[in-house]
Write a protein that binds this ligand. Structure first.
Ligand code: ADP
Ligand code: MG
Length: 317
């Protein structure tokens, strides 16, 4: 069942050199009990897409058009009062850098209790028990003692768990995880991902996983959208995507995975464009090995290439 519909987002920035578009017609859905992944190189628009779901865009951002439909309402035009109710309570964010959302001056327990007080309207014993439950749910050992710890006493992985505990304490229906494990080592990364999968299954949470790592997508997500330079270029259920990877950019991303046996070094030549570069046709064409004449002139639409599988490439047109 669909929980959030992101529809045709066109978002850009007013810069010194004029308006520069960063997202082009971005559309994807989140579903109950499903982990959707948004994957692409740095700067392709993942965080902007995520932040539009919370209506937490930078001040200089301009929404030209598009909608984010949650519970039949467009989040992009809600009042700040409505948004306050949605953020945290219904849709929670696990940010890339855990330190930015933990206050160094308060214990983990106090911060958790605060969240529970606001979002579950509980106090005293009851709130304390909920906080302990949340720490246990994210498998923080010796949770009782840890309630009294300060963020700096936690390792990176433990801080990320504490943030997830806070997100859980809001009983959010939608969890947005923006590169939640990028700063963590591989073992801790796997533990955090397992935790997210458990939450998804047990609470039927809709999860948006944002990452630049297709390996993480293969092992954890159910649906994937590949982004390049502000556009979704391929979209499919994860099994289907890895069986029949279609877009030349997705194939290049896959080829550059460290554990890929066919790995060719330097598979994607050059850099993704910045929002200041105007590129006619497909924005990937200057880096594409399969570039055809039409690709330099026209923008490819999403062509169906399989079951619930779309690719924005003229090779499929
Ligand atoms: N506040 C801002 N002002 C101007 N440009 C921005 C701002 N925030 C992001 N951008 C630009 O928008 C594009 C997408 O950024 P972002 O969504 O953060 O990418 P990602 O999360 O995929 O790395 C980038 O080219 C970035 O430079
Ligand atoms: Mg980002």
């Amino acid at each position: 069942m669909k929980s959030v519909e992101i529809k045709n987002l066109n978002i850009g920035f007013n810069t010194e050199s004029g308006f520069r578009q960063a997202l082009f017609d971005v559309s994807f859905n989140l579903y109950k009990g499903c982990m959707s992944a948004l994957v692409g190189e740095s700067g392709c628009g993942k965080t902007l897409s995520a932040m539009s779901i919370l209506n937490l865009l930078p001040k200089s951002a301009v929404v030209k058009s598009g909608e984010v439909i949650f519970q039949s309402k467009n989040i992009l035009i809600q009042s700040s009062k409505e948004l306050q109710k949605i953020r945290g309570e219904k849709i929670a964010l696990i940010p890339q850098d855990p330190m930015t959302s933990l206050n160094p001056l308060y214990t983990i327990g106090n911060q958790l209790l605060e969240v529970i007080k606001i979002h579950q309207n509980l106090e005293g014993e009851e709130a304390y028990k909920k906080a302990l439950d949340a720490l246990n749910a994210v498998q923080i050992p010796a949770a009782k003692e840890r309630m009294n710890s300060y963020p700096h006493e936690f390792s990176g992985g433990m801080k990320q768990r504490a943030i997830i505990a806070m997100a859980l304490s809001c009983n959010a229906e939608v969890l947005i995880a923006d590169e939640p494990t990028t700063a963590l080592d591989v073992t801790i990364q796997a533990q955090i991902m397992n935790l997210l999968k458990e939450i998804k299954k047990e609470r039927q949470t809709s999860i948006l996983l944002i990452t630049h790592d297709l390996g993480l997508v293969r092992d954890n997500a159910d649906i994937v959208s590949v982004m390049y330079s502000g556009r979704i270029v391929e979209n499919a259920p994860v099994d289907e995507f890895f069986k029949k990877t279609s877009h030349p950019y997705s194939i290049a991303l896959l080829d550059s995975l460290p554990n890929n046996r066919n790995r060719k070094l330097d598979t994607i030549k050059g850099q993704p464009p910045t929002i200041h570069e105007t590129i006619a046709g497909c924005r990937f064409h200057p880096r594409c090995k399969k570039c055809m004449d039409i690709c330099t002139k026209k923008i490819p639409s999403q062509f169906s290439v399989g079951k619930e599988h779309f690719s924005a490439c003229f090779l499929n047109g």
